[in-house]
Ligand binder design. Structure first.
Ligand SMILES: [Ca+2]
Ligand SMILES: [Ca+2]
Ligand SMILES: [Ca+2]
Ligand SMILES: [Ca+2]
Length: 279
């Protein structure tokens, strides 16, 4: 076993341990876009609904051999019935969540990542990559750090609406974006401004419409994106949690795999000890 694989194994184990013990953010949806015949198929959670009226959604190559991704162009998008209950102190809306995007944008125009309205094209998108590559939206501000087009990134968008994600920073920061590159290096983490409970970025939850949309906008400000992995968590992540995730294409740990994974690690550890003892 190489040093890198050992390190990756330990990292994965620590991440699984953290996810299994973290009460704040459970993985409730995971999509890998590897099945060209069923692009919206879920690994965890509900299948994505493909809004493909413009015909821009198709299967494309992802990261490395065997990986596939979905292309999504202007006017088209994905809708998700997420089944997340109201949280953050609300009876109606999802105020705490994290979305993980492993993506590669194909243009340098406006690229909508999130749409919280009832229908995907009802109004302006709610979280963007701007033409200059900055993350955000006017209401909560933009990151000073930026991303390049034609480059794979993991973007983690964490929301604690009505709350504060950074007690060390003056005022309330209700949103955080962490960007990680293909080498597992953190490109930047940015804290956006405050928002009151049930604000623009809150989702319709289980008692009402129970829906959210990805890569959608009302008038074409949703430039083409390749997405190879998408995940939804039902709580916010902190900076250290988000920055501990690997880069684009790396495993998003499933809570159900935790027991199996640690059992196999213990088994491997036991075999190593047995071998050493027999020498
Ligand atoms: Ca728009
Ligand atoms: Ca909107
Ligand atoms: Ca603060
Ligand atoms: Ca994929």
């Amino acid at each position: 076993m190489s040093g890198r694989r050992t390190r990756n194994g330990i990292m994965a184990c620590l991440m699984l341990l953290w996810l299994a013990t973290s009460a704040s953010a459970e993985l409730v949806g995971l999509w890998r876009f590897d099945d060209a015949t069923n692009l919206g198929k879920a690994t965890i959670g509900n299948d994505l609904v493909l809004n493909n009226e413009k015909g821009t959604i198709s299967s494309v190559d992802g990261i490395g051999a065997g990986d596939k991704a979905a292309a999504v162009g202007p006017g088209d998008s994905f809708s998700l019935t997420h089944d997340i209950d109201p949280n953050g102190g609300s009876n109606d809306y999802v105020n705490q969540y994290t979305i993980l995007y492993d993506l590669n944008t194909r243009t340098n125009g406006w690229r909508s990542l999130l749409q919280t309205s009832a229908g995907p094209n009802d109004n302006d998108g709610d979280y963007w990559i701007s033409p200059s590559g900055n993350l955000g939206v006017g209401l909560i501000g933009y990151s000073s750090g930026s991303v390049e087009e034609n480059t794979w990134y993991r973007i983690v968008f964490s929301a604690n609406i009505g709350g504060d994600l950074n007690p060390d920073m003056e005022g309330d920061q209700s949103f955080m974006a962490t960007v990680i590159d293909i080498n597992d290096d953190v490109v930047f983490t940015h804290f956006h401004g405050s928002q009151g409970l049930n604000g623009r970025h809150s989702f319709y939850s289980t008692p009402n419409l129970n829906i959210v949309h990805f890569f959608a906008d009302n008038d074409g400000e949703d430039g083409e994106i390749y997405v190879t992995q998408l995940a939804m968590f039902d709580g916010f992540m902190t900076q250290s949690q988000a920055e501990a995730l690997g880069g684009p294409g790396s495993v998003v740990p499933e809570p159900s795999s935790f027991v199996l994974f640690t059992s196999s690690l213990l088994l491997v550890g036991g075999l190593f000890r047995l071998r050493r003892r027999s020498r």
